[in-house]
Every structure is written in structure tokens, then in C-alpha cells.
Design a protein around this ligand. Structure first.
Ligand code: SF4
Length: 322
């Protein structure tokens, strides 16, 4: 029986999961849409992972990352729950040990991580502005009637990328409509959109950061060769994109779980357990923290959002006594 380490990276748009062995070799991997239901998404990724590893791998440790990492970490009883910066850095370093800059653009957020000798020295995240993310590109692809997967090949055919105002989604959309109406080619508009995403990213997330090579680009948008080309043209640097660039956060979480050396046999039967969440206000002091409670088969499992231990105890008692 081979020991496996499960890493789950769960975001608002997509959920990624991998299982690695003791040498960080990938044994299983999956990627699917979260569809607004992280609990269901994690059950679906577990079904896919279980079908890939079958019975010759025993998962002994779990790491979670991403915006729903606490929720999913609680449900899976994960040994490690880590933020995206650490997980992405660890995952990337496992493949590119010399990396100095990580660009990451996902469905709804983006981040930059600066490293020196394998240590994170600076970072920034953008969770507010859609103009520099994958959701911006997919909404514009719908407007142009082109599948977002084809965006890259269109962009690479462009002769004269159209200048699109990339400062915010609303400006970009109205500019795109105007440029289409006055006769710019689709290829040029799409290349212009890719450049707008990169310009927006560098001006916001990358503002004030010292960008040094090697640069690794990851996240779902790294699969778009039009954006990769725009990054190379604008930064005048080679941009490295790994074939598993969309999985590096989950790989990092799995490596962190392995490094924790805390092991417990994991059963995929957890897929059949009924989990739910509910928000509760603590109310014990003026902070009135909103505490998210996770219920397992209608019983209180865990909660977070409390600024002190009293809050969790209070909410637990309320739930148990109802
Ligand atoms: S969790 Fe603690 S800080 Fe927050 S409202 Fe309750 S008692 Fe106050």
C-alpha cells in the first residue's frame, strides 16, 4: 500500500485536488467548478480522486487551501489548513526551486508572490477588482461569441492588438463594444483584452513590487497563451507556465500535509456524510462576531469567525441546546 497525501485548493470558482506520494509524485488530480457549493464540490472531487487512486493508495494526511479552506479543512479533518500564499509558494518551489516571482490569476482573484532563496519576502492579493481576473475574460468572451478556451489562439493571430481601457470592468466593456463597432478585428480586440488584463494586474497587484526572473505564471488564466504572450511583451521576461499550473496551490497543500508528519487514515466514505453550515452571531460582547458553524449529520462539528474562545463555546452551547 502506498501512502498518499491529499491537497485540496477550494476557491469560489474552481476546486482543485491532488494526491501525491512521499516523493511528491502526482498520483491523482482533478479540477472542477465549485458552483457556489463548496461542500458538494469537495464531495465530487473526492469521488474523482478515489476512482483514480483505487485501492492501492491510502490517504494518510490532508492539507486544504483557498477561500473555503477552513470549511473544507474542518469537514475533512485536515492536518494542515494554510493560506493561498504559502500553499502556492510551496507548490511552485517544488517544481521551480529558483523562482523569484509568482504571478497567479484565478477566476475571481489574483495574487503576486515575491521570493528570495525559496522564502516569501513580499506578496499582494486582489480580491476586489474583476478586471484582472478570469471572470472578466470569460464575460468578455461571451460578449464576443467566442469560447474562452479559444481566446488564446485568437490573441496569438492578432496583428495590431487593440488598445482596451483595462482600468475596470465597466470601462473595458464599453471600450470593447466601441472598438468592435468601429471595425477592429476580433483577434485584435481579444489580444487587446489580454493586454488589458496584464496591465491591470501589474498596475494593481504588482504595484510597487520588484519583479525578478524566473517568473512562474499560474492559476486558470495561465492556460491562456494570449495572456502569457502579453505578460512576456510587457515585462520583457520569459514567463514559465507549468503543465499543472492550475494545480500548484493544491500540490503545495499536499506537500505541507506531508511535511506535518501528522498521519491519520482517511476514509472516502466521508462523501456519504451529511454536512451543512449556518451563520450565528455570538452576541456576548459588542464585537458580535459572526461565527460560521459546520454541522455533521445535524451535530455541531466546528466553527470559526470568533475572536475569542468564549464565542465558540457560546455558539456551540446554543446549537446543542436547541
Ligand atoms: S467571539 Fe468573543 S469577541 Fe467575538 S462577540 Fe463573542 S465574546 Fe465577543
Amino acid at each position: 500500500m502506498i501512502k498518499g497525501y491529499l491537497g485540496v485548493d477550494i476557491g469560489s470558482i474552481s476546486t482543485k485536488a491532488v494526491v501525491i506520494d512521499e516523493n511528491d509524485k502526482l498520483l491523482a488530480e482533478t479540477y472542477l467548478w465549485t458552483e457556489g457549493d463548496p461542500i458538494d464540490a469537495v464531495k465530487r472531487v473526492l469521488a474523482e480522486i478515489e476512482s483514480q487512486i483505487q485501492s492501492h493508495v491510502q490517504v494518510v494526511s490532508i492539507g486544504t487551501t483557498g477561500s473555503a479552506r477552513e470549511l473544507i479543512g474542518t469537514i475533512l479533518e485536515a492536518q494542515v489548513i494554510k493560506n493561498e500564499i504559502t500553499s502556492h509558494a510551496i507548490g511552485t518551489l517544488s517544481i521551480y526551486p529558483e523562482v523569484r516571482t509568482i504571478f497567479e490569476i484565478g477566476g475571481q482573484d489574483s495574487k503576486i508572490i515575491i521570493l528570495d532563496k525559496g522564502i516569501v519576502t513580499d506578496y499582494a492579493m486582489n480580491t476586489l477588482c474583476a478586471a484582472g481576473t478570469g471572470s472578466f475574460l470569460s464575460s468578455q468572451s461571451k460578449r464576443l461569441g467566442i469560447a474562452v478556451e479559444e481566446f488564446g489562439s485568437y490573441a496569438l493571430r492578432a496583428q495590431n492588438p487593440t488598445k482596451i481601457a483595462g482600468r475596470c470592468t465597466v470601462f473595458a466593456e464599453s471600450d470593447l463594444i466601441h472598438k468592435a463597432q468601429i471595425g477592429h478585428k476580433k483577434e485584435d480586440i481579444i489580444a487587446g483584452l489580454c493586454r488589458a488584463v496584464v496591465t491591470n494586474y501589474l498596475n494593481n497587484v504588482g504595484k510597487g513590487k520588484t519583479i525578478k526572473p524566473p517568473i512562474v505564471f499560474q492559476g486558470g488564466v495561465s492556460k491562456n497563451p494570449g495572456v502569457v504572450k502579453a505578460f512576456e511583451e510587457i515585462t520583457c521576461e520569459k514567463i514559465l507556465v507549468d503543465k499543472n499550473s492550475h494545480l500548484l496551490g493544491s500540490i503545495g497543500a499536499a506537500i505541507l500535509a506531508k511535511k506535518s508528519k501528522i498521519e491519520k487514515l482517511f476514509s472516502f466514505n466521508i462523501r456519504n456524510v451529511d454536512f451543512s453550515t449556518e451563520g450565528r452571531e455570538c452576541g456576548m460582547c459588542p464585537n458580535n462576531c459572526e461565527i460560521v458553524c459546520v454541522m455533521k449529520n445535524n451535530e455541531f462539528l466546528d466553527g470559526w469567525g470568533n475572536r475569542c474562545e468564549r464565542g465558540l463555546l457560546n455558539v456551540r452551547n446554543k446549537v446543542v441546546n436547541e
